[in-house]
Design a protein around this ligand. Sequence first.
Ligand SMILES: Cc1cc2nc3c(=O)[nH]c(=O)nc-3n(C[C@H](O)[C@H](O)[C@H](O)COP(=O)(O)OP(=O)(O)OC[C@H]3O[C@@H](n4cnc5c(N)ncnc54)[C@H](O)[C@@H]3O)c2cc1C
Length: 292
Amino acid sequence: MKAAAFSYARATSVANALELLVAYGDKAKVLSGGQSLIPAMNLRLISPELIVDIGEITELRGIAVRGGVLRVGALTRHVDLLRSAEIAAYAPLLTEAVAHVAHPAIRNRGTLGGSLAHADPAAELPASMVALNATIVVRGQARERRIAARDFFTGIYETALSAQELLIGVELPIAQENSAHFFQLARRHGDYAIAGLAAQAIVQDGLVTDLRAAFFAVGDRPILAKAATKLINIRITPAILAEASATLGEELDPQEDQQASAAMRRHLAKVLLARCVSALLGRPDLTPGGTV
Ligand SMILES: Cc1cc2nc3c(=O)[nH]c(=O)nc-3n(C[C@H](O)[C@H](O)[C@H](O)COP(=O)(O)OP(=O)(O)OC[C@H]3O[C@@H](n4cnc5c(N)ncnc54)[C@H](O)[C@@H]3O)c2cc1C
């Protein structure tokens, strides 16, 4: 199937893109890498009247470290994240996560901003932003807003962005001393995860002193697990882990679909939590019968 007829405008600046978005309201859609938007249009899931192509706005591209903050522009492509020395040094969780996004052809065109604005609950990058405690920067004609990643994702394909705003970029705190991360997912090759976990932690003297565990594909948005608080600043035993795992099972409300039942997704999340703690602490005793 092909997309319904639409008009096309190549925005020359952020201000120009915002003018177009305000003029067309809900009838316009922003185009970044097109890896989610174009398939949705071809399937006629959406039929915008106007496409606002922001691909040539160079100020939306790039990765820089300033004032202890890693800033990544919305138009930064997945492949650029993957190859970036700054990301590898200061947010290595992201390097690992983006390697799992789709396959090279998609990663060559897809962008960070597109992935976050699209907000697929099974996507790797939204959960990574939540784990990394990122701030999402969005701009409208009147003002710029800075939104904590955990508040940005509001439902399946839903975010705090309005139709008249552009996602400009993200700000990430740079990894501190004793930072550690974990990223793992259960998936079908080259496709979205069945369940996944992106986690950022501080590990000191055999203790996890901070843990942001963001699960994906097990709810309508990335889920920052409250169960992780049971694992902080405590000598973790299999019994403590089992308690955290039970809490996790209660707080998750996964969807059932053709790939997996809700029970299977909940089970996979628990396995991922155990593997995460085991890997962070170098404690294979916490994953009996499983490999890390
Ligand atoms: C076969 C296939 C497999 C895939 N597998 C995965 C996978 O395993 N994991 C994964 O995470 N993703 C996967 N994707 C999606 C891919 O990562 C997309 O590139 C990404 O979701 C969207 O990025 P984009 O730049 O292409 O955005 P676009 O397709 O251009 O836009 C996506 C949406 O975001 C909006 N938007 C884009 N940029 C902005 C902005 N700056 N401000 C406001 N709104 C904006 C658009 O209007 C649109 O609604 C897959 C895609 C395909 C086709």
